[in-house]
Design a protein around this ligand. Structure first.
Ligand SMILES: Cc1cc2nc3c(=O)[nH]c(=O)nc-3n(C[C@H](O)[C@H](O)[C@H](O)COP(=O)(O)OP(=O)(O)OC[C@H]3O[C@@H](n4cnc5c(N)ncnc54)[C@H](O)[C@@H]3O)c2cc1C
Length: 334
């Protein structure tokens, strides 16, 4: 086996098109760099460059490299990222795994002919130059560990894997600028139209009530919505309710082909708990499963299991919540 490459002097380069992710990637970057005392640089590229610059400095980056582009598209941002990599010679490039970030990282990896590993949930950089990454495999049932030998290496990191970096008072990071002339985009955007989005963002909800195929009619969702409201939470669903039938919008789907959520409390109602669903909610702190089948796999993932009919259990929960909130209980006053 060839000898491992030594750690590149340029340290860690961080790029996220979504500004909210810059602080999370910096936490990952500081952890990686810490043991080896490597520098951490934020690349500020594209339409969000000024916000990325401000966030990078506020979160304590030692250096922000602003890459000015002649065009602003996924392709040109990837070209800009390549220039940032050439300019800083990093050991590891962390890219936020947004839809656009995933495309940018893949393009940059291809342009520079360097390795690109997607959706890494844990990272370790060793003094011998090896980067060890962990990624979920087979719908989250396994974690695969991979070693990457040569640097620079591109790694995409999904949102919410690392906490936000602490804001530092009186940020003193260095700012440098480069300008890159990118070829005119090969893709011509003819028109842009906004997709209608659900006003509720389940990824930010502290409490989620999940509806599954155990719910018999669309009208019955009101019951679950009522419970979610009482708990200051949001209503979400499994794939059958967010795709097979459009009872809930796609943005409310939890799972492999939907959203990954990390609420304090997740109440799964009439959800069997197939692995494609579990991967999206297993970060929940407390899981309550309401299912009339005691053998349903959701009970394995649950902290509390209620073996029963959701049409009896959910109204009882609603009554209990109303009582706790001091609202009149019609059943008691009748
Ligand atoms: C590539 C791929 C991607 C996928 N992505 C996702 C994804 O992102 N999210 C997702 O959720 N699924 C996803 N799926 C689908 C997944 O495999 C399951 O089919 C789906 O999660 C099942 O949804 P469910 O639990 O609501 O329905 P079911 O499996 O039909 O379960 C319904 C449950 O309700 C219970 N029940 C019935 N009546 C009652 C009642 N009155 N009271 C209490 N319990 C009751 C039943 O006992 C049963 O356990 C994906 C599948 C594939 C192949």
């Amino acid at each position: 086996m060839a000898a491992p490459a030594s750690v590149n002097d340029g340290g860690i380069l961080v790029f996220a098109d979504n500004v909210e992710l810059v602080g999370e990637l910096l936490t990952a970057g500081f952890e990686l760099a810490g043991g080896l005392q490597l520098p951490v640089t934020v690349a500020a590229i594209g339409g969000n460059a000024q916000s990325q610059l401000a966030e990078g400095l506020a979160c304590g980056a030692g250096h922000v490299l602003v890459v000015n582009l002649t065009h602003d598209s996924e392709e040109s941002i990837a070209t800009g990222l390549c220039s940032a990599i050439r300019a800083t010679n990093p050991a590891v490039v962390l890219v936020g795994a947004t839809r656009m970030g995933a495309g940018i990282a893949a393009r940059a990896g291809q342009m520079l002919q360097i390795p690109c590993v997607s959706n890494c949930i844990a990272l370790e950089l060793h003094s011998d130059g090896y980067l060890r990454v962990e990624r979920r495999a087979y719908g989250g049932q396994f974690v695969s560990r991979q070693l990457l030998r040569s640097g620079p290496r591109l790694v995409t990191v999904p949102p919410r894997c690392f906490p936000q970096a602490m804001k530092v008072a009186g940020a003193s990071g260095r700012i440098t600028e480069i300008s890159v002339t990118v070829p005119p985009p090969r893709l011509k955007i003819v028109s842009v139209s906004q997709r209608t989005r659900s006003p509720v963002d389940i990824t930010k909800a502290e409490v989620i009530v999940g509806a599954g195929r155990g719910v018999q009619k669309i009208e019955d969702l009101q019951l679950l919505e009522q419970l979610a409201r009482l708990l200051d939470g949001a209503l979400a669903g499994s794939r059958p309710l967010t795709g097979d039938v459009d009872w809930l919008p796609m943005e409310r789907r939890i799972g492999l082909s939907g959203q990954t959520v990390k609420p304090r409390l997740y109440i799964a109602c009439g959800i069997s708990g197939q692995i494609e669903h579990i991967v999206g909610m297993k970060g929940a702190r407390t899981v309550v499963a309401i299912n009339n089948d005691r053998n349903a796999p959701i009970h394995i993932a649950a902290d509390y299991s209620v073996i029963g009919d959701l049409y009896q259990v959910v109204p009882a929960l609603i009554q209990a919540c109303e009582r706790a909130k001091g609202k009149p209980d019609p059943a008691m006053s009748a």
